[in-house]
Design a binder for this molecule. Sequence first.
Ligand SMILES: Cc1ncc(COP(=O)(O)O)c(C=O)c1O
Length: 390
Amino acid sequence: MINYSNLFLLDPEITFLNFGSFGACPKPIFEKYQEWQLKLEREPVQFIVNEALVELENVRKELGLFLGCCHKDLVMVMNPSYAINTIAKSFSLKEDDEILTTNLEYGACDRTWTYYCEKAKAKYVRQQISLPIQSKDVFLEEFWKGYSDKTRAIFISQITSATGLILPVKEICDEAKKRGLLTIVDGAHVPGHIELNLSELQADIYTGACHKWLMGPKGSSFLYVNKENQHWVDPLLISWGFQSDFPSDSTFIDYHQTAGTRDYAAFLTVTECLKFREKFQWNEVSQNCRKMALENGLRFCELVGSEPLAPLNEDFYGQLFSIPIIVENPQEFQKKLFNDYKIEIPVAVQNGSSYLRYSVQAFNTQNELDYLYDSLVDLKKKGYLLSSGK
Ligand SMILES: Cc1ncc(COP(=O)(O)O)c(C=O)c1O
């Protein structure tokens, strides 16, 4: 039997139910990360100028195989925020153009699109999605109500942040294609969490974090752009890759891969993340986690008098579960859980509602979810957790 807790560096004093925010590196992955950093410091010039670039290509090849896409359509970036900024800044928005999205998106990305839409006098249409979601069909019907003849692109999360839901992104990409719209998918939570095959999904643009469920070091993520759209995507930072002295066969890679001096260690560790998954059969581990996350959801909702945000099945739920709660002060409630109960768990606020979101990773146990449950019973008794009365 593998002791999964021993594989991670997490503080054993804390009940860690927030893998979703920033992931956590298993020891072998973190050691490999440090190995890359040491290698860099032993010969910074050779490493940065030569070795890292060759290794980076290997990373993209391995990651491309994992994601089901060509490695030449994939660049490593710091994080999904960086990727979305790259796209939003380059996208030639004109006055009155519309970007269609949902009201369930991640706040930072919402801000990015709002910024660039305001600048161009375009409209960022946050189509309201009714919660709980009744079914995929109802979701899709509601989503497409936000479409107009001014819509130019779709921006949508495949797994939402505050509400922790899997959205039917494949169906949206298919329909968007029929309507001639560009699709930009925020898959920050997806790689290593649920299956992802970019060739099958056929999104035009996709970003995913490698530092969340793929368990890589912070600052490792990717931006995928299909070949048809690479020509208009400018790098956020213009550097040696523009009018390169040594051009490769991909302008897209040349433009985006060079961004001045930086520590490539987090990117280079991604191959180790993929090896780790193979070695510890993480698909199976992940499947068990999804089961635990889902099986516990209903009793938490019942405890707080709320309803699950979507039908309780794997179409909508992965290793995250967001419980709608009513609390007077969400930040204080989160702090209380950490300070008084030593539970690390986020309370997110979106569209005026609060959500307590637990993550289930390999090291989490049923006992920990039971401990969360008992703590919530206690907080309810003390009047910190109000019942919705449903
Ligand atoms: C849905 C979603 N998109 C984007 C991000 C942004 O990730 P980062 O802060 O690593 O750029 C997150 C982070 O949690 C997220 O949940």
